[in-house]
Design a protein around this ligand. Structure first.
Ligand code: SF4
Length: 371
């Protein structure tokens, strides 16, 4: 049986921000309009009950991540009630986490996170001049100050430092990597996860001139140099994962390396879909047959439908299968491999970037080992 590691749960199908790169609302797919704005109590109950059975069937815990839209649009009272209900069915070691844009991180929400042991990850793209370029609210107003204030409230809570798992930053190639890194250090976050802008072979990611260009690789190389020069660094998950893979270890999250990850995405009506980012790949995020959290989840995970989707994480392009960097790169996220002509049978659109970054990483590691 495939083990599920992560369940992304959309408590709200809408968002209070209007980010210019959003794969949910800005990629021409309007399926979210058909979803209830908020997840109902009945669906939360079914989710908890059936996930509990899945955990028992697979014999290992998983992490449930509240996602959106913006999950905190449910409001602090309802958020606390949802956490309480899910904890009835899913006690630790099942992990609960919230991935939020941070604007609605009130003291009541933070108290609920502390009470029900819910880790907090906050989306923040760097200093205000970078963040506010991309993440305005729905009226075009800046959101940076509200997010930073939210981080401050989390850290001011007695359990805040253990609740804050980290920040999530979408890369802006025009930003200076050193300035972005210094800013993140100043927030006192324990870690930052950097994401490339979404795109595929038919719609190149913003800032990438061609398949062979290396703008993202160049940016990450500059970030890596700053990171390695810091004696007291904050953790950067993507760089840590890649360096660990180069040294023969394993990654801890999807995106690089060759480990398979079992991920379910749950819409507000309880429907299970594929990874959200596949929305940018011609609506390829939906299963041919509808399954939901009201069904037997172990049965769904064992179904040919899910198994085929799960296998699609693995690269099939001949160039990847023969690539000396495959163990590190992994061939890229499915959404980054997609083209209308060949489906997922392509290398990542970031192939040249990954080769550039991995090459530089290998040199840096070799230099340090030799020193
Ligand atoms: S995407 Fe490129 S770097 Fe990654 S495994 Fe495939 S060929 Fe290698």
């Amino acid at each position: 049986m495939i083990a599920i590691d992560t369940v992304l749960v959309k408590l709200a199908s809408r968002c209070n921000l209007d980010c210019d790169y959003c794969y949910v609302y800005r990629m021409g797919d309007d399926a979210w309009r058909l979803q209830p704005k908020l997840m109902s109590e009945r669906t939360v109950e079914a989710l908890g009950r059936n996930l509990s059975r899945l955990v028992e069937a697979q014999g290992r815990p998983l992490s449930l991540v509240f996602h959106g839209g913006e999950p905190l649009l449910v409001g602090a009272t309802r958020f606390a009630a949802i956490c309480a209900k899910l904890r009835e069915h899913l006690p630790p070691p099942v992990g609960l986490h919230v991935q939020t844009n941070g604007v609605l991180l009130s003291d009541d929400v933070i108290r609920a996170c502390a009470r029900y042991d819910v880790g907090i990850s906050i989306s923040l793209d760097g200093p205000s001049e970078i963040h506010d370029r991309h993440r305005p609210d729905r009226r075009g107003r800046k959101s940076h100050d509200a997010v930073v204030a939210g981080i401050g409230r989390v850290l001011a809570h007695p359990k805040g430092r253990s609740l804050l798992s980290g920040l999530l930053c979408v890369i802006d190639l025009e930003a200076d990597p050193a300035g972005v890194y210094d800013f993140f250090k100043s927030t006192e976050t324990p870690s930052v996860d950097f994401l490339y802008r979404d795109g595929n072979h038919d719609t190149l990611p913003v800032g990438k001139a061609s398949f062979l260009s290396t703008e993202y690789g160049d940016w990450m190389v500059r970030l890596l140099d700053v990171y390695l020069a810091d004696d007291e660094p904050i953790r950067i998950r993507l760089l840590d994962d890649m360096m660990r893979l180069i040294l023969g270890g394993r990654s801890i999250k999807e995106g690089v390396g060759q480990d398979d990850y079992g991920i379910l995405v749950v819409e507000t009506d309880g429907t299970i879909t594929k990874n959200d980012t596949l929305k940018s790949a011609d609506g390829a995020d939906r299963f041919a047959e509808r399954w939901s959290v009201h069904d037997d989840l172990a049965g769904f995970v064992a179904s040919p439908l899910f198994q085929e989707y799960h296998r699609s994480q693995r690269p099939t392009a001949a160039v990847c299968l023969a690539c000396p960097d495959l163990k590190i790169c992994g061939g890229g996220m499915p959404t980054h491999r997609w083209s209308a002509a060949a489906g997922l049978d392509n290398p990542s659109v970031f192939c040249a970037d990954q080769i550039r970054l991995i090459g530089h990483m290998r040199e840096q590691i070799a230099t340090r080992i030799a020193a």
